[in-house]
Design a protein around this ligand. Structure first.
Ligand code: FES
Length: 200
């Protein structure tokens, strides 16, 4: 049997009744919560707690991701530095002016200037220049080197290396630590790498 169509007035009545029922239902839920002790039920509390935890973990993961997109930059010291003018170095002197900062001795001899890398060829300690003994002495295991970097005592297997020394356009000395003259065992460093000596 076909249903009788609902009139507009009946429709409005149905909707009004539905709204009243919804309001009553909401009121009931609120009063139940209040009876259970406060605005948040136990279930609400744990529900919110777990959502909060989830949110925190997500935030930490996001921060970790953002951080990995911007890796820490390792700042290296410059590989070149200016070392004054040749006239600043008297013949026969071993200058320790740049040893602390760059681990380099600038040495002037009658044949020219050169830059020694102050690194013991045994295990890498920094030797010390002793003017009174006219030698470099390694404090770690006692290796000794002559003024030109040649090893003559202790466990060091070879002479100390040198860096390239040149003059810039103003006539100033420039040490390029990216260009290393590597020394082999048993040979006079001046003869192994004559290019390491800047003739001025
Ligand atoms: S590191 Fe220099 S002697 Fe061992």
């Amino acid at each position: 049997m076909a249903r009788k169509p609902i009139s507009e007035e009946e429709q409005r009545e149905i909707e009004a009744r539905r709204r009243i029922e919804q309001i009553a239902e909401r009121k009931k839920r609120v009063s139940e919560r209040a009876e259970r002790g406060g605005l948040w039920s136990r279930r609400d509390f744990f529900g919110r707690l777990s959502w909060g935890g989830f949110g925190l973990v997500s935030l930490i993961s996001l921060l970790a991701f953002v951080r990995s997109a911007f890796p820490r930059v390792l700042v290296l010291p410059p590989s070149r530095f200016k070392a004054g003018f040749p006239g600043d170095y008297p013949v026969g002197e071993v200058s320790e002016k740049y040893t602390q900062e760059f681990r380099v001795w600038i040495v002037r001899e009658p044949q020219g200037l050169y830059a020694i890398f102050a690194k013991c060829t045994h295990l890498g300690c920094t030797p010390r220049w002793s003017g009174s003994e006219n030698k470099y002495k390694c404090p770690c295991h006692g290796s000794g080197y002559y003024k030109n970097g040649y090893n003559f005592e202790g466990p060091a297997p070879r002479p100390m290396d040198r860096f390239q020394l040149s003059l810039d356009e103003e006539g100033q000395l420039e040490v390029d630590m990216s260009k290393v003259f590597t020394m082999q065992p048993g040979g006079d460093p001046n003869k192994q790498h004559p290019d390491s000596i800047l003739k001025v």
